[in-house]
Design a protein around this ligand. Structure first.
Ligand code: G3H
Ligand code: 13P
Ligand code: ZN
Length: 283
């Protein structure tokens, strides 16, 4: 069932668990996510980045996600990940997304507030939930690159001001994770998560969550993280499965035979994450 991001995350916030937000670019990923959600009876968020929308087209991504979401009993939200562009956010609203992120985190606080507020006013008018980001998360995504040394952790006082002025539904915070594969083991600032949760008392979002050890994820969830973004771990599961299949079957050229096992492999990784985040059985 297609629902708003807020309805999923408010329940997670009130009941102390997190919901996976998994990035998609193609049909196999959408099917893997919904399949995993059904098998574990877990609410889930399907999200598309700027790069994902450029690759597949917003109409195709939303048509695939909506079709599967409307034909399942588990709660599903369709979310724009790291939206930067007013026009693209409007396009997502028109195409039935039920949640959007406005990422103006690379601007100064006042400008981040101004840009976020503009999107909140527009999205809330049509019943769509909004995520914003405060602080700078390390690593690279399609349109935004932040060096590890430039990553800045979220300040709790700024976060309180940001949320009261913008009225966002959930906030992405920078607490030591980075997008993409890690070089060493990520060290999360757990005290910061705890303090921000106590100050804001609202759903919090963790980006760059691939490769974070299970123990750290579980602790972050226990302290108040409710949305966990995963992209790289799914890409790597896809890559491993395709490489294995092609190595073992070098002459098979049917795309279904090549990417079918990758779809199953992605589903298994997603199910493991759902169990780790505590969302299984919450549908
Ligand atoms: O946070 C970013 C995601 O990993 C998206 O990456 O822009 O390459 O699709 P992408
Ligand atoms: P990872 O690729 O590190 O899992 O990050 C995903 C993400 O934060 C998407 O917004
Ligand atoms: Zn992200």
């Amino acid at each position: 069932m297609l629902v708003s991001g807020k309805s999923i995350l408010q329940h997670a916030h009130e009941n102390g668990y997190a919901v996976g937000a998994f990035n998609v670019n193609n049909m196999e990923q959408v099917q893997a996510i919904i399949g995993a959600a059904e098998e574990t009876q877990s609410p889930v968020i399907i999200q598309a980045s700027q790069g994902g929308l450029k690759y597949a087209g917003v109409e195709i991504i939303s048509a695939m996600a909506k079709t599967l979401a409307e034909n399942t009993t588990v709660p599903v939200a369709i979310h724009l990940d790291h939206g930067t562009d007013f026009t693209q956010i409007m396009k997502c609203l028109r195409n039935g997304f039920t949640s959007v992120m406005i990422d103006a985190s690379h601007y100064e606080l006042d400008e981040n507030i101004r840009r976020t507020k503009q999107i909140v006013e527009m999205a809330k008018a049509v019943g769509v939930s909004v995520e914003a980001e405060l602080g700078k998360i390390g690593g690279v995504e399609d349109d935004i690159a932040v060096d590890e040394k430039d990553a800045t952790y979220t300040d709790p006082d700024e976060a309180a001001k940001f949320v009261s002025e913008t009225e966002v539904d959930y906030l992405a915070i920078a607490v030591g994770t980075a997008h993409g594969p890690y070089k060493g083991e990520p060290k999360l600032d757990f005290d910061r998560i705890k303090v921000i949760k106590e100050r804001l008392n609202m759903p919090l979002v963790l980006h760059g969550s691939s490769g974070v050890p299970e123990e750290s994820i579980r602790k972050a969830v226990s302290l108040g993280i409710n949305k966990i973004n995963i992209d790289t771990d799914i890409r790597q599961a896809f890559h491993r499965a395709v490489k294995k299949f092609v190595a073992e079957n070098p002459d098979v050229y049917d795309p279904r035979k090549i990417v079918g096992p990758a779809r199953d492999a992605m589903k298994e990784v997603i199910k493991t994450k759902m169990e780790m985040f505590g969302s299984t059985g919450k549908a």
